[in-house]
Write a protein that binds this ligand. Structure first.
Ligand code: FCB
Length: 442
């Protein structure tokens, strides 16, 4: 049997990622809470409720779990609606609570990565049109200033906006998230305002904390033509890739918005990222389809040979994370895998998903691609947006009735990887024997 260890560079960041609304509980003052109260919005009528009860203080025990799990960083987000419950009113108690949390991370030796916007908007902003309203740029900048002033003592690694591309698509194009819009015109406004808000936040952070590292966490779902030889497939795949994957990072590196055949300059956005954050879950094929006029004549599906997650939500396609990293090289920036994980309630797939994806990240690092860290989504099962509690992404299982956490085998595997700063054949033999041969061929 082959024996080897895939080592990562010294100082590699190993952590997990979370988001305020998904873990805090009782986030009653944002657009998601309101959306959850409407019938038919969330799978099985689920609600976020108490979530993982971090606002009640259970962040402490979960940060302890992260440390126990050998991690050296954690990515969390700040809830705008708590910090600024009304226009012009700042909640010092909420800021203080976040200060405690970040101090809690520092004390445990976990480097904080702080996201300023992770899908949720304060109700007052939603009532003013959310991300469609150009005023959001100034609002977001003011909020960012307030947060950075309060927290800069404890954090210097920032994500302005999580998955701007997914927010645009799910909330303003597909109508699945609040405000439930299905409009290309709305989506276009939202993308533009997000670029400008990011740029304003980037500059605000650097003016308050010159040494800060600021970026976005982009959902990178590489889009492949279903049939390479078929020009229409290549055209629709390219179009999807350009709008969904390329648009945002291109805009904030070049200062030019290229959208729906138009070109507009946004000079203030030029060179406003210090690293590229990649959230990778899966890859998709795109085929031209005359029967889908409502879907811009395209059909998207997973690689047919790939194994699907429990609810069919994602494919286990580890080569895609390597492809995503290669795609990111063109920005010539350090990269972070800001999210990667799989929904898997009984943990039958996660151990090998983890081993296979980290193997691909290691390959990239081994070619000196500048990947500096990896954040697994997620630490403990949490509220999964319109899919409610039907999907479980945690290394730890959450019992919603009792708030008890139970360790999944993947948590132990990940802990061994983090502590070793590498993946060994011996770990894979124990936790993911199905992929041993493929990862360590004789
Ligand atoms: C990402 C989101 C994150 C979580 C994972 C599963 O798109 O950023 O909040 O829902 O998917």
């Amino acid at each position: 049997m082959a024996q080897a260890t895939f080592h990562f560079p010294r100082g590699f960041l190993w952590g997990t990622a979370t988001a305020s609304h998904q873990v805090e509980g009782n986030n009653t003052n944002n657009n998601w809470w309101a959306w959850e109260q409407e019938t038919g919005r969330i799978a099985q009528g689920h609600q976020s409720g108490l979530a993982c009860d971090w606002w009640g203080g259970r962040w402490r025990e979960d940060f302890d779990r992260a440390v126990e799990g050998g991690q050296n960083t954690h990515r969390l987000s700040i809830e705008w609606s708590r910090v600024q419950p009304e226009p012009g009113r700042w909640d010092e108690d909420a800021l203080d609570r976040y200060r405690q949390m970040l101090r809690g991370l520092n004390e445990r030796g976990l480097t904080p990565m702080v996201t300023l916007h992770h899908f949720t908007d304060p109700l007052w902003l939603a009532e003013q049109g959310g991300w469609e309203n150009p005023l959001v740029v100034g609002y977001f900048e003011a909020y960012t200033r307030r947060v950075v002033e309060a927290l800069r003592e404890y954090a210097s690694l920032w994500v302005t906006i999580n998955e701007p591309n997914v927010l645009m698509a799910f909330a303003y194009l597909l109508g699945l998230w609040p405000p439930g819009k299905k409009s290309v015109a709305s989506a276009e406004k939202v993308m533009t305002n997000q670029v400008r808000a990011h740029a304003a936040a980037y500059r605000a952070i650097h003016s308050l904390q010159p040494a800060a590292q600021v970026g976005i966490a982009l959902n990178c779902t590489p889009m492949l033509p279903a049939r390479r030889w078929f020009t229409p497939d290549r055209m629709v795949a390219n179009l999807q890739h350009r709008i969904f994957v390329d648009f945002f990072p291109q805009a904030i590196s070049s200062g030019v918005l290229r959208l729906f055949g138009r070109r507009r300059r946004v000079p203030e956005a030029k060179n406003t990222q210090d690293y590229l954050g990649i959230n990778y879950y899966t890859r998709e094929y795109v085929a031209f389809d005359l029967l889908k006029p409502g879907n811009f004549f395209m059909r998207r599906f997973y690689p047919p040979e790939a194994e699907l997650s429990v609810t069919g939500h994602q494919a286990n396609d580890p080569a895609g994370i390597y492809a995503a990293i290669q795609w990111g090289l063109k920005f010539k920036l350090p990269m972070m895998i800001t999210e990667n994980g799989v929904e898997d309630i009984d943990d039958h797939l996660r151990p090998r998903y983890l081993a296979q994806h980290l193997h691909q990240v290691w390959r990239a690092v081994n070619f000196n691609y500048p990947v500096k860290g990896y954040f697994h989504w997620t630490l403990v099962d949490n509220f999964e947006w319109e899919r409610g509690w039907t999907q479980r992404f945690g290394l730890w299982e959450l019992d919603l009735e009792t708030q008890a956490r139970r360790k999944r085998p993947s948590a132990s595997l990940y802990a061994e990887i983090c502590r070793e700063n590498g993946i060994s054949s011996e770990m894979v033999a124990r936790y993911a024997p199905q992929v041993f041969e493929q990862m360590f061929p004789n």
